[in-house]
Design a protein around this ligand. Structure first.
Ligand code: ADP
Length: 307
């Protein structure tokens, strides 16, 4: 069988982490303790996760005309991801997150979307063959909605399974996005922002998920952190628990989950089995520090998690 094939439309970012004793006051210069960079952006994270599991992944997005852009493209390529549809926006910065972390572990984060904000419907239409040739399309909310809508329409017309990860929620999600989503996937706080239902318990999640289905999604999948996730359709409802593990860093867990889910669905697993395995992969990622750095590779996984 050929490798499962996935197209990801989404963001590509560089995280810049400055570790300081305390946050500087306005106008003050401080010496920090340490500086690290990390590859990020929800689109890129999900693409990397799926590629590490063995999927053939194509990324649609934009990088800036700066050194970070070139570096981020190289990172995607080093994971075996096709970047033919990653365009460069000259004269604009790449997407970056400037993160300051103090001794208490508190952070201050400035996200500059840069080139991610310039992804257009036309970019997506040029990548039509990458979408229609995939089994699964993945979209999130860090590129303009017009790009997501264009991708979702192409995928739905071609019978490609669509997963819309409503993260981060910064604006209303158009009704059409729900209707074009085979799986609409928020976390608890995103589900609350979208539905107005505070999600603290499984019953709350059931209510929020059913509202998402009523809006037109074929399925709602709410991730619940250590509790796993809840899958709801018009006639089915399943809580799929996550393995119990000791979490050390949950940054990027949602992206590990969504990228893995896309892989297992594209590989042809039934949806509940795909969700259970995505929980297992995300649970591995939370036991290691970093975002992409915490995502396991196929070679590190037990046979029971491979497909
Ligand atoms: P986000 O990172 O978007 O906030 P969640 O916190 O809901 O998303 O986590 C996404 C997925 O990661 C969960 O559905 C689960 O599979 C896994 N996960 C997150 N935290 C833990 C944990 N403490 N133990 C086990 N699995 C976890």
């Amino acid at each position: 069988m050929s490798a499962p094939s996935i197209c990801v439309v989404g963001s590509i970012n560089l995280d810049m982490n400055a570790y300081v004793e305390r946050f500087p006051r306005p106008g003050e210069t401080l010496h920090g303790r340490r500086f690290t960079t990390g590859y990020g952006g929800k689109g890129a994270n999900q693409a990397v996760m799926a590629a590490r599991l063995g999927a053939k992944v194509s990324m649609v997005g934009r990088i800036g005309g700066d050194i970070f852009g070139h570096d981020m493209r190289r990172n995607l390529e080093s994971e075996g991801i096709c970047t033919d549809f990653v365009r460069e926006s000259k004269g604009v910065s790449s997407g970056v997150a400037v993160i300051t972390i103090d001794e208490q572990g508190q952070n201050q984060i400035i996200v500059i979307p840069g080139a991610n904000g310039l992804v257009t419907a036309a970019d997506v239409e040029e990548a039509q063959a990458a979408i229609t040739g995939a089994q699964v399309l993945l979209c999130q909310m860090e590129v303009p909605m017009e790009a997501n809508l264009a991708a979702l329409r192409i995928a739905r017309n071609a019978g490609v399974t669509t997963i819309f990860n409503s993260a981060p929620v910064s604006s209303e999600v158009p009704e059409e996005v729900y209707r074009l989503s085979d799986i609409f996937c928020p976390n608890e706080s995103e589900a609350e922002l979208l539905t107005g239902v505070p999600v603290h318990t499984l019953d709350d999640a059931r209510l929020a998920a059913s509202m998402i289905v009523t809006r037109g999604a074929r399925a709602a999948l709410i991730t619940l952190g250590a509790q796993g996730c809840l899958y709801v359709t018009a006639d089915q409802e399943e809580h799929v628990p996550a393995p119990r593990v000791k979490a050390v860093d949950t940054t990027g867990a949602g992206d590990a989950f969504v990228g893995s889910l896309a892989h297992f669905l594209a590989a042809g697993l039934p949806v509940l089995e795909a969700i259970a395995r995505a929980n297992a992969i995300a649970a591995i990622s939370v036991q290691h520090p970093g975002t992409q750095a915490s995502y396991p590779r196929r070679a590190d996984l037990p046979e029971t998690l491979l497909r």
